[in-house]
Design a protein around this ligand. Structure first.
Ligand code: SF4
Ligand code: SF4
Length: 390
């Protein structure tokens, strides 16, 4: 089939060696390629110089408060799930200087910050992460006040998604309807098939720029067997979820249970360390810090990631609104799963499982919802009997 006829969504096959061509093609078009890499015992997101920087032949084992890397039996390039980093660190930067001020000879000068916006290629974005990026798009670009820095970086981003061929111990994307297959929000989507006899990828373009890059990489139309093998990998991942979350009527459930005793139990374990918010791909809260030098001649204003788990976050004159771990954990979980729906018309959770894996005491959002659901005290409805008899 002539390559001009390649269309969006059409499945093609790339042999393992073609991944290098794909990587090189992105670099030759000026993209800085970012993707998973092994660093200090974890798979994190960092700049990649070649496809060899991927964690080839590694996998991760995850559970509440536990993360371990292990060797795989094969040489899969994407044989692991999500680690402690998410793509938000490249789009919604952890620390940004907003402006500087300088005083000389009694005159004040404001120096506007010039932010560079490199062309970024995200290599290996999972389905839950695509959903998380879509949620941050809503939060940071929707409504009256859009974040110009986020917008400029987002507009320069090319996304290579990878469908999951296995689920991690804390994954629950199926419950949140956000994976394990990438359905929207990518330029290219790959499915890896690493077997004893063959190692290949099926690929499809999700955008015009993705289509142009795919055409430049050695490929052929995928056979029925290749498509079926790729389908089977994703179906296996969907059937292996480490966790489940029943989202039925979840907003009303949490709104009804602000005073549930479970909040005290979880608060007795929670260290309010804020790990769960830092690793979460949708949490977006920031603080603004001003600094000056000792002479008062130079000042800077910085925006930095913040967390609803700190007391400073809700500090207003006289004290913190959420002074207890109970109120802070309750705020975080009800925001994720309930008030977020009122604010942004979507859940704030994509089921990536990071908050469970990276909580030092293994607090599990799916378990907390289950505990509240299973032990909710439902008020007895009035029968309409005026005498109060039942
Ligand atoms: S739930 Fe876990 S990760 Fe989050 S603040 Fe509490 S102890 Fe830290
Ligand atoms: S709340 Fe937890 S599981 Fe949900 S998106 Fe955030 S880190 Fe992932």
């Amino acid at each position: 089939m002539p390559e001009q006829s390649l269309t969006l969504g059409q499945q093609v096959t790339l042999e393992r060696a073609a991944l290098r061509s794909l990587f090189d093609e992105l670099q030759s078009r000026g993209y800085k390629v970012l993707g998973p890499a092994l660093r200090e015992g974890a798979i994190v997101y960092d700049e990649l110089t070649s496809v060899d920087d991927l964690p080839v032949g590694w996998t991760d084992k995850q559970d509440g408060g536990t993360y371990r890397l292990e060797r795989r039996q094969d040489d899969a390039l994407f044989g692991y799930n999500v680690g402690p980093h998410s793509w938000k660190k490249f789009l919604h930067l952890p620390a940004v200087r907003l402006w500087q001020a300088e005083r000389t000879g009694g005159k004040l000068r404001i120096i506007e910050e010039k932010h560079e916006t490199p062309k970024l290629a995200f290599f290996g974005v999972r389905a839950c992460e695509l959903r998380a990026i879509a949620i941050q798009d809503k939060v940071l670009l929707g409504g009256q006040y859009a974040d110009p820095l986020y917008r400029s970086r987002r507009e320069q981003t090319f996304i290579v998604a990878v469908n999951c061929g296995q689920a991690g111990g804390t994954c629950f994307c199926v419950s949140m309807n956000s994976g394990p297959r990438a359905t929207a929000g990518f330029d290219l989507a790959l499915t890896e098939v690493a077997g004893d006899d063959r190692h290949f990828f099926t690929a499809e373009a999700g955008s015009e720029s993705g289509l142009q890059i795919l055409k430049a990489v050695p490929h052929r139309i995928a056979s029925e067997e290749e498509r079926a093998a790729a389908e089977a990998r994703v179906a296996k991942a969907a059937g292996q979820m480490g966790r489940q979350l029943d989202t039925t009527d979840i907003k009303a459930l949490l709104y009804r249970n602000y005073e549930h005793p479970r909040w005290d139990q979880v608060a007795s374990r929670c260290l309010t360390c804020a790990n769960c918010t830092m690793v979460c791909p949708t949490c977006f809260c920031t603080n603004v810090e001003d600094t000056t030098d000792l002479k008062g001649e130079n000042a800077e204003r910085w925006r930095k990631w913040d967390s609803c788990f700190t007391t400073d976050f809700s500090y207003i004159h006289g004290g913190s609104v959420r002074s207890t771990p109970r109120s802070r954990y309750r705020q975080w979980m009800t925001h994720k799963l309930a008030t977020w729906i009122d604010q942004f018309d979507t859940s704030g959770c994509v089921g990536c499982g990071r908050c469970i894996t990276w909580c030092p005491v293994g607090i599990d959002i799916t378990e907390e919802v289950r505990a509240i659901r299973d032990t909710e005290v439902v008020p007895i409805q009035s029968s309409g009997n005026d005498h109060g008899e039942s």
